[in-house]
Design a protein around this ligand. Structure first.
Ligand code: HEM
Length: 178
């Protein structure tokens, strides 16, 4: 009984510091340059398919960590999570795996590999822009196969501080067609 109360209290605490939600199916706007964009609660996620890779650009209203996730659920479970942040030492980014609905760790610690082909993270005022490229065919089972036109679950989240472990200020999921 006491532990049930503690669990409920913990969930309440998490919910009060973090906003979250499922935005359902989102229809992207397509630019003349071929980039597709969806708006997600103040963040903007864009992508374009290249010959054997996909490039993504996330702009989020935070100078802390920002992240894009693919597949899995509920929440982070079994999702591929690409996280990044910028600090005085420059850009930091990592290919993670959702090890439960509320936890994640690097692919390289889960019998996988870091599949990010190239990336950059830059802060502009109160926002962070995270650009990264992923291969169409991942090198491990932890990351999604990306195929133009495929319906895919995406996650977007951002935190208030730098690093790979702080709680999010916002966590969103949606479905898009690549
Ligand atoms: C960095 C450390 C992280 C921690 C400690 C964390 C923790 C949590 C916790 C406790 C929840 C359940 C409570 C809630 O909904 O707020 C949750 C939900 C969620 N998290 Fe995280 N998370 C982290 C990173 C991420 C990342 C990188 C993503 C995706 C890019 C993400 C996406 C989500 C989503 C989509 C939900 C469910 C939202 C919903 O549908 O209601 N989280 N996380």
């Amino acid at each position: 009984m006491r532990s049930a109360f503690l669990v409920a209290l913990l969930i309440l605490c998490f919910c009060s510091v973090s906003h979250a939600g499922d935005l359902g199916e989102l229809t992207p706007a397509e630019g003349a340059d071929g980039w597709k964009t969806v708006e997600m609660e103040g963040a903007s996620l864009s992508w374009i398919g290249n010959e054997d890779s996909f490039s993504f650009r996330l702009e989020a209203p935070s100078t802390g960590w920002v992240a894009v996730g693919f597949g899995g659920g509920p929440a982070m479970k079994d999702a591929s999570l690409i996280m990044g942040y910028a600090d005085d030492d420059g850009a930091h980014y990592r290919d993670d795996h959702g090890t439960s609905p509320v936890s994640h760790s690097p692919d390289i610690d889960n019998n996988g590999a870091d599949d990010i082909l190239e990336a950059d993270v830059q802060e502009y005022g109160d926002s962070t822009v995270f650009t990264f490229t992923l291969p169409v065919e991942p090198s491990d089972d932890l990351d999604p196969v990306l195929s133009p036109g495929d319906a895919i679950r995406i996650l977007v989240a951002w935190g208030g501080g730098d690093g790979f472990s702080g709680m999010h200020r916002e966590a969103l999921s949606a479905r898009i067609e690549l």
